[in-house]
Design a protein around this ligand. Structure first.
Ligand code: SAM
Ligand code: SF4
Ligand code: SF4
Length: 378
């Protein structure tokens, strides 16, 4: 269909013709980028603010009291976010992940969830809506989020040892309160629950086995994430990356694991199931995930676009600049103008940073303008 649209433009028929083209023909095929990747997920950062100061994401020295967060007027409203999500579903998006910053610090977040829950995929199905949170406010919010239509939740928890966890979140936040949040999510039916653990060698890698022991057989899936060089403020170095293969080896020294198939196309985590006595996966024991963003990049199947809190579209977590959708939205653009804007972005996409990271000169890897994780979300 985009071919038709482009043709109309080349014929000099102008915008009216472009609009007619878009409106008359339902989009039956998925959009592909330059590397033939479809657009499937939209990650929406609802705020750049957070109540934690995780050392690998928002180190206190940089994100202190003098740091200038986005002014309210620059942050997308719920209506702008919902409009964007609705239009992205017309381009093939089926999954939304709310993130941040900390999404639960955004006032009235459940209202946004309720608006998004009304959207449908191209096939008329409800969207898969999930949210990544540090869990600190989940005990209070889980039921309201579930009532609003949230399906699932991912909670970040880097250690079960309080000293280690409090040093990593750097505000002295206790493990027990995050565990309460996870419990509240379970009671509210926000399942399956995943627990994200960012592993930094020498900081919390001794926590891998305790985390596994804690969650095995509970239906909750821990996912161990390699420490990434997102942004420029977290002092990343390769020595602190514990390869996912080592994580698997450490876990299987105590709990035999079997590799499981990816459950969806473009899934970021390698899935490993706990083996029962017969050596086969025992679903009652559950599984773990390993996200090898550094050592085993998955750019080839990366089907995610990201919307920052101030309305920029990013096509890669390691991008140095975004596409200013907010400006388009606030200029009075029609739905078709927005669709065209998004389509052009996806068609022009060729990002594969993690695949080429090792071949980049250090000066490029440390480009001062690489976006920060708290701004774009995970
Ligand atoms: N505040 C929420 C949270 O922590 O879950 C959502 C936003 S946070 C940016 C999303 C995910 O990114 C979290 O699971 C976090 O642990 C992960 N993350 C942040 N910085 C990271 C880094 N440098 N490497 C790997 N994962 C990172
Ligand atoms: Fe906040 Fe999440 Fe970043 Fe930690 S990882 S500082 S909780 S946004
Ligand atoms: Fe996707 Fe960019 Fe990560 Fe590759 S580096 S998987 S393209 S976000």
């Amino acid at each position: 269909m985009r071919q038709d649209t482009v043709q109309a433009r080349q014929d000099g028929n102008g915008k009216a013709a472009i609009r007619a083209g878009v409106l008359q023909q339902p989009r039956a095929t998925r959009m592909l980028d330059k590397l033939n990747r479809p657009l499937h997920d939209l990650r929406i950062s609802v705020t750049d603010r957070c109540n934690f100061r995780c050392t690998y994401c928002m180190p206190k020295e940089i994100f202190g009291t003098r740091f200038k967060f986005l002014p309210r007027s620059e942050v997308l409203s719920f209506e702008e976010i919902t409009r964007t999500a609705r239009l992205f579903t017309q381009l093939g998006v089926e999954k939304l992940r709310l993130t941040g910053g900390e999404p639960l610090v955004r006032k009235g977040i459940e209202e946004l969830v309720a608006q998004l829950a009304g959207l449908r995929t191209l096939d008329g199905k409800p969207l898969d809506i999930t949210l990544t949170t540090n869990g600190s406010m989940l005990a209070r919010k889980a039921q309201a989020l579930a009532d609003a239509g949230l399906r699932r939740v991912t909670v970040s928890l880097d250690a079960l040892d309080d000293t280690v966890f409090q040093a990593m979140n750097d505000i002295g936040f206790p493990v027990a309160k995050v565990l309460d949040g996870i419990e509240a999510a379970r009671e509210a039916g926000l399942a399956p629950i995943k627990v994200n653990v960012v592993v930094k060698r020498g900081t919390n890698d001794q926590e891998i086995l305790p985390v596994v022991r804690h969650f095995i057989g509970t239906g909750i899936t821990p996912r161990f994430i390699e420490f990434m060089d997102v942004g420029n403020t977290n002092g990343w170095c390769m020595d602190e990356v514990l390869p996912g293969a080592d994580v698997v080896q450490r876990i299987s020294s105590e709990f035999p694991l079997v590799r499981l198939q990816a459950s969806t196309a473009g899934e970021t985590a390698q899935r490993w199931g706990f083996a029962g006595r017969d050596g086969r996966h025992d679903p009652m024991l559950g599984e773990v995930g390993v996200i090898c963003s550094v050592t085993r990049p998955f750019c080839q199947s990366c089907n995610r676009a990201r919307l920052s809190a101030d309305g920029k579209i990013y096509t890669c977590l390691f991008a140095t600049s975004g596409h200013d959708l907010r400006q388009v939205l606030r200029s009075g653009a029609t739905d078709d103008d927005v669709l065209q804007f998004a389509t052009d972005i996806w068609h022009g996409r060729s990002d594969r940073y993690s695949e080429i990271r090792a071949s980049l000169p250090p000066s490029t890897r440390k480009a001062a303008h690489k976006i920060e994780m708290h701004y774009i979300g995970g």
